[in-house]
Design a protein around this ligand. Structure first.
Ligand code: FPP
Length: 246
């Protein structure tokens, strides 16, 4: 029996966040350039997105490019940006066919003009789709996202629109890039690294973490389903006792 058949569809995690790691090592292991790993990483993205749509996961958020990634060699950065442009361009018809809504979080104004235009036009075109919401974290840093939320809130306090005593968790949430989404319930990281790396720090407060040694270009929908099966075996207590849950 495959992992897909073991999934209880009535208890799917609504939002799954993924740290796609290991493209560089995968390529190196094959004696190829890092870019070759990223290109094959796109194959995994397509497969996982299809798998998510197949079972009805509502939100998938991919750590595609971090703010820290800008410090990589210039050629690698431009190759990733080119890859993004061509992938979005190629996938747009599939998104329309599969009812996928493309979304992005991060400092999008840092993206090269062409990449920004391709992205925002695909977001616009898919904005009425009602199936899977596929969010790309691009030029994303969770700490910077929190800083920007704090600035927004502070300016509302300064202008008198908001009173300090009214600030609560919801105020912060409403000022994050993810305000329109539920928090991830499951976070997957590939390539055997056990880190969060500045990804959705506020949002993953109660997420289950799943780590796999597989490198991202080897990760397929079956691995994604396996992570969901693992998630469903866990007891999520949110600070309560087992007895309270039963
Ligand atoms: C991490 O592996 C991967 C990235 C930083 C880039 C991920 C980008 C893609 C898969 C392209 C996606 C495109 C779309 C449209 C979603 P790494 O380079 O850090 O690998 P390493 O840890 O082995 O060096």
């Amino acid at each position: 029996m495959g992992f897909k058949d073991q999934i209880d569809l009535s208890r799917l995690p609504e939002h799954i966040a993924i740290i796609m790691d290991g493209n560089g090592r995968w390529a190196k292991g094959k004696g190829k350039l890092r870019v070759f790993g990223h290109r094959n990483g796109v194959v995994s993205v397509r497969d996982v997105v299809e798998g998510a749509g197949e079972i009805g996961v509502k939100y998938v958020t991919l750590y595609t490019f971090s703010s820290e990634n800008w410090s990589r060699p210039r050629l690698e950065v431009s190759a990733i940006m080119e890859l993004m442009i061509s992938t979005i361009h190629k996938e747009i018809n599939n998104f329309m066919k599969n009812n996928v809504r493309l979304n992005a979080i991060g400092e999008l104004n840092m993206l090269p003009e062409k990449c920004y235009r391709e992205l925002t036009s695909a977001m616009e075109r898919t904005s009425q789709n009602t199936g899977l919401v596929l969010t790309l974290a691009l030029s994303y840093s969770s700490r910077r996202e929190i800083v920007s939320a704090v600035k927004n809130i502070a300016s509302k306090v300064l202008s008198g629109e908001l009173n300090i005593d009214q600030i609560n968790e919801e105020t912060i949430e409403n000022n994050l890039y993810t305000s329109a989404m539920p928090d991830p319930e499951l976070m997957i990281r590939t390539s055997g690294e056990y880190r969060i790396s500045n990804y959705l720090l506020w949002q993953i407060a109660y997420a289950e973490l799943y780590f796999t040694a597989k490198l991202w270009p080897d990760f397929r929908r079956e691995d994604f389903f396996e992570a969901i099966v693992d998630f469903q075996k866990r007891e999520r207590r949110f600070g309560m006792t087992s007895e309270q849950l039963n």
